[in-house]
Write a protein that binds this ligand. Structure first.
Ligand code: PML
Length: 247
């Protein structure tokens, strides 16, 4: 049986390809019967977004054989206390990530200052060098969704009222971890949303106040071991392999 990937992107000014301003993006993996409702939901989301008025909305729908879909379990979640942006580096230091502190701090500084790169960047854990090649675009994790029944169960087990951003970020972080990533560093690029996370050893450490309010910088860094890694396979999995978060 076929499933469908539905992806929405909205921008103001002009299309993304022509340098328009990104407003929102979302995607789902659904059965045929759910295509219409889901498409409507995504269009509504594009037109009602708090970031601004959408001038350009793209909606892409393509079919996927059910057998191609891989199931990935969500990461465990831990809330970290961080009352001030200035203490974020202490939080990062105390996380004992297997990466040199100077590299870690420079990646964090990059994330909270970057407003150019649209997707994630891939960085080697030993050298701190960027490995992906499309400089402004980066890597875009795609073809991903929660198994609907599992999501309800997960929400009940994890406090039910979780922000939409966390639920989507959890799906992305879980897929990224399942690709063999050693750790991920992320901060939202939404000026009203200052929460970020690090994912490491199967756990999503949620970090409030990762950046200053009002900043539209943010992004994701995937840290890998370049000696045990094939760039094309890794990027293809993250961008193209359909993954459902579930069990
Ligand atoms: C984003 O979608 O802008 C990234 C959000 C990362 C943090 C989500 C959370 O845990 O609240």
């Amino acid at each position: 049986k076929k499933w469908y990937s539905i992806r929405m992107r909205a921008s103001s000014g002009e299309s993304h390809e022509n340098g328009g301003q990104h407003i929102s993006g979302a995607e789902r993996l659904v059965k045929k019967i759910d295509i219409e409702t889901t498409a409507m939901e995504l269009i509504q989301r594009a037109t009602n977004h708090s970031r601004g008025k959408a001038d350009f909305i793209s909606l892409k729908i393509d079919s996927i054989p059910r057998d191609d879909i891989q199931m990935v379990a969500p990461l465990h979640i831990k809330e970290i206390k961080n009352t001030d942006t200035h203490s974020t580096k202490n939080v990062l230091r105390e996380a004992s990530l297997p990466i040199k502190q100077e590299i870690l701090f420079s990646l964090y500084d990059w994330i909270i200052q970057d407003d150019v790169t649209r997707g994630a960047i891939i960085v080697d854990i030993h050298s701190g060098k960027r490995l992906d090649t499309n400089l402004e675009r980066g890597v875009r994790v795609s073809h991903i969704d929660w198994d609907e029944a599992y999501k309800h169960k997960w929400l009940i087990e994890n406090h039910t009222h979780q922000p939409k951003k966390l639920i989507e970020a959890m799906a992305i972080a879980s897929k990224v971890a399942s690709a063999g990533t050693i750790c991920e560093l992320c901060c939202s690029d939404d000026p009203k949303y200052t929460t970020g996370y690090i994912s490491f050893q199967n756990t999503y450490y949620r970090i409030p106040n990762m950046k200053e309010k009002g900043s539209d910088c943010g992004g994701r860094v995937f840290i890998v071991d370049a000696t045990k890694f094939n760039l094309d396979t890794y990027v293809h999995y993250l961008e193209k392999t359909p993954v459902l978060i579930g069990e």
